[in-house]
Design a protein around this ligand. Structure first.
Ligand SMILES: *[C@@H]1O[C@H](CO)[C@@H](O)[C@H](O)[C@H]1NC(C)=O
Ligand SMILES: *[C@@H]1O[C@H](CO)[C@@H](O)[C@H](O)[C@H]1NC(C)=O
Ligand SMILES: *[C@@H]1O[C@H](CO)[C@@H](O)[C@H](O)[C@H]1NC(C)=O
Length: 568
């Protein structure tokens, strides 16, 4: 009987609690205890976004499993007393850099099990009292050097189960708390009372020279800084996968040194030539040839050397010139030039610069080349093409690439059997044209793609991005994609008009509904464009462009999360 009475009292009390907060949100419970007032929303998918009408006196908010994707600007500015904010197991992909505005009393932020690929670390300028930051089980792949700069009072930082590969030790050296510790340690070993717990395990650490500083930092840690799990392991490179940090010896990074066995070559016409260069660098450099690129190959000779071969089958006089092999890693670059001269088979020097290689075989002349954009990388594209050829093993192609409307195009020769080519380092807001033609033919109708890169970076994002890029260079991961649109030459006019129109629309959207929407529009068009196959011989291209802009509204949230995932 007593028990029942007790339960009734509890039940009554609970009802009272709920009743005293008629403003408590649906799907949530509001509780008051000696620590303050809490809002707890644990109902699956209770909200698609952070509710705007949060009761303003809360000191603790816990919203889980609601599947919202964003912490927008000022999301909690109505609840300035907030101290504990738990947003675990949602689908958060974007935190606005002003998303924590007004939370000067926040001490605990838990974002476990979301989909963050990046965090705008400057947002923590608004939360100087933060002590606990839990980012476990997200998808973070970079930590900018200034990540911890605005978190001077952290006592618990959990970055475990993310996708961090390379971070520099400066991340921690720039952490005010670590700096303070270094100083107090020099003066007095016991000045620091509380422990600081770092969880960094279960990331995909790549144990090459770039991680050297961090590995040394980890090994040097001592109380009051404690690792939750001190067995950090390497995920790569392959031969170090699974090794513990304390087992690996990492060497310092070195800038590329490139060499070639012969820098001056003179061969008769028709000869087959292989140019060679070797690049020594740590970490592995990117190696490429400039001039005529026929076949490019880079392969490892030993851990630190990459050898690259450029094969030029059947030399003609037009192949004469300077070939440059370049190797670049994040520390620097190095290149070597090879001067090639080609003389006629009778042995006499070919004084007449015949710039016309032999005419292409007649049967190949009108081959139709189907070309499309296969992939958009961060600042570039990859095209692929298909041609029904009589002699696929012998037929080479020429890529013509440059600014659209400018007749001077860069020409890149592609050897037989290769059907894709990537361009990188595209500039924003620029119209480019890329064509593939057979052998040395001039490009024809239908062999070109015109595309425009977007430029939708606000000043705020730009700054955040700059911070990123610093590390991105280190981590060899690239940052923010440009919006991109593609058209074929066939439908160039109509399509470009469509782009202009959609740009205008988007600009209007921007002024009405702000930045996030803008991004979404960009990505949608981009995605739609690649979904539909960028080369569309169909003259209804303009209709499609318009349909895309119409599609944009209803597609809504689902796409936004995908966009955001791509953005960071
Ligand atoms: C923040 O915390 C301080 C100290 O506990 C308190 O005096 C102040 O009222 C709090 N601010 C808000 C907006 O609740
Ligand atoms: C060049 O290579 C091709 C294909 O490998 C071969 O058929 C041809 O005989 C070679 N030419 C010379 C001059 O070695
Ligand atoms: C190579 O390094 C020089 C400076 O040392 C720089 O000006 C140049 O842009 C670099 N080239 C590449 C391809 O990174």
């Amino acid at each position: 009987m007593d028990t029942i009475c007790y339960l009734l009292v509890i039940a009554w009390f609970n009802i009272q609690v709920v009743e005293t907060y008629p403003q408590c949100l649906r799907g949530c419970s509001c509780v008051e205890d000696r620590h303050g007032r809490s809002l707890v929303c644990m109902e699956e998918s209770a909200f698609g976004a952070i509710p705007e009408n949060l009761p303003d006196d809360m000191t603790k908010i816990r919203i889980e499993k609601s599947h919202f994707t964003e912490i927008p600007r000022g999301a909690f500015s109505q609840t300035p007393a907030l101290e504990n904010l738990w947003l675990n197991f949602n689908d958060i992909t974007v935190i606005n850099s002003k998303g924590l505005e007004g939370l000067g009393n926040l001490t605990e932020l838990r974002l476990q099990g979301n989909k963050l690929r990046s965090v705008p670390w400057t947002a923590f300028e608004d939360t100087p009292a933060l002590k606990i930051l839990d980012l476990k089980h997200n998808q973070l792949d970079v930590l900018p050097e200034h990540a911890l700069k605005f978190l001077p009072d952290l006592t618990y930082l959990d970055l475990s189960f993310n996708r961090l590969t390379v971070i520099s030790k400066e991340v921690f050296q720039n952490w005010p708390l670590y700096q303070k510790l270094q100083n107090t340690e020099e003066r007095d070993g016991t000045a620091f009372q509380t422990n600081v717990v770092l969880a960094l395990h279960d990331n995909t650490w790549v144990c090459d020279c770039r991680l050297k500083g961090f590995v040394e930092f980890i090994r040097s840690l001592s109380p009051p800084i404690i690792l939750m799990n001190s067995y950090l392991t390497c995920s790569g490179p392959d031969f170090k996968a699974g090794k513990f940090f304390h087992e690996v010896e990492l060497q310092v990074c070195v800038k590329p040194i490139i060499t070639t066995p012969s820098s001056n070559i003179n061969l008769p016409q028709g000869a087959n030539l292989t140019l060679r260069c070797s690049a020594k660098a740590r970490p592995d450099p990117a190696v490429w040839w400039t001039y005529g690129l026929k076949i490019i190959r880079g392969f490892h000779v030993d851990e630190d050397t990459i050898r690259s071969l450029l094969v030029i089958p059947s030399l003609h006089a037009a192949d004469r010139g300077v070939y440059t092999c370049t190797a670049v890693n994040f520390i620097g670059n190095s290149s070597v030039s090879i001067l090639l001269d080609v003389h006629s088979p009778d042995g006499s020097q070919s004084l007449v610069l015949s710039e016309n290689p032999p005419p292409p075989a007649a049967s190949d002349e009108n081959v139709y080349i189907d070309i499309h954009i296969a992939k958009q990388t961060v600042r570039g594209i990859t095209i692929e093409w298909y041609a029904a050829l009589d002699h696929p093993a012998e037929t080479w192609f020429t890529i013509h690439f440059g600014l659209a409307g400018n007749n001077k195009k860069e020409m890149i020769f592609i050897g037989p059997g290769i059907h894709s080519y990537s361009v990188s380092d595209l500039m924003p807001a620029t119209k480019y044209e890329i064509c593939v033609s057979l052998k040395n033919q001039a490009p024809r109708n239908g062999q070109c793609i015109v595309f425009v890169t977007g430029s939708d970076i606000t000043e705020m994002e730009q700054r955040e991005k700059l911070i990123h890029i610093v590390v991105i260079v280190l981590a060899m991961v690239l940052a923010v994609p440009l919006g991109m649109y593609a058209c074929t030459t066939d439908t160039k006019f109509v399509c470009l008009e469509g782009i202009m129109e959609s740009w205008k629309n988007r600009r209007r959207e921007r002024s009405s509904s702000g930045m996030e929407h803008e991004r979404q529009g960009t990505f949608d068009s981009l995605q739609a464009a690649s979904d539909e196959g960028l080369v569309n011989k169909d003259s209804s291209e303009d209709r499609k462009v318009r349909r895309r802009s119409d599609d944009r509204q209803p597609k809504g949230k689902a796409d936004q999360s995908r966009l955001a995932a791509e953005l960071y």
